[in-house]
Design a protein around this ligand. Structure first.
Ligand code: FES
Length: 187
């Protein structure tokens, strides 16, 4: 009986060490880029809901909520801010002392903000008066919007008081955008 003829089987060529390292590097780069893409999407998503600290608070229309210029401030506990109206415009002052982070208070009898922890004091517009605080009070960016939602004016990058041109505008405060107070002018 004739012997069965062995049929040669095609075998895949073995990959070299250099090829293996190249493939491994390419795979890890692809994984890295995929993770980077995923992280970018995560960062692009809003982290806070509207009305949650760290996001935008719609306080109301100027005419309805704003104290008269030079009057005491109005407190918004959820937004952690004091809404202030000075002769130069409005401010949204962050409620945390610029020294070591205590919650300072408005003291009507002295017409100023006072911190109970170490005695720092600030004027109505957040300007440092005395005490260990290193700077004026921090503030948030304010947007003044019309009824259609268009931004008519907003706080400048220095955090100066924002003039209010129209009592029908809506005040929104972005508690995710904090501007540090200016360095304290100490005697
Ligand atoms: S934390 Fe306000 S003065 Fe120290």
């Amino acid at each position: 009986m004739a012997e069965a003829q062995a049929i040669p089987v095609a075998t895949a060529p073995a990959i070299t060490r250099r090829e293996f390292l190249t493939y491994a590097w390419a795979a890890s780069m692809a994984l890295f880029m995929a993770e980077l893409g995923g992280l970018s999407v995560l960062f692009a998503l809003p982290r806070f809901k509207v009305g949650e600290f760290g996001s935008i608070f719609r306080l109301g229309t100027v005419g309805a909520i704003l104290p008269r210029a030079g009057e005491g401030p109005r407190e918004y506990p959820d937004a952690r801010l004091w809404l202030v109206h000075t002769e130069r415009g409005i401010l949204a002052l962050y409620k945390v002392c610029t020294h070591l982070g205590c919650l300072y208070k408005w003291v009507p009898s002295n017409f100023r903000f006072e911190c109970p922890c170490h005695g720092s004091k600030f004027q109505l517009d957040g300007t440092y008066i005395e005490g260990p605080a290193p700077r004026d009070l921090d503030r948030f960016v304010i947007y003044l919007k019309d009824a259609s939602g268009r931004i008519v004016a907003q706080t400048d990058p220095q955090g100066d008081p924002l003039p209010v041109p129209d009592p029908n505008l809506i005040i929104e405060v972005d508690t995710g955008k904090k501007i540090l107070g200016k360095p304290a002018r100490k005697a």
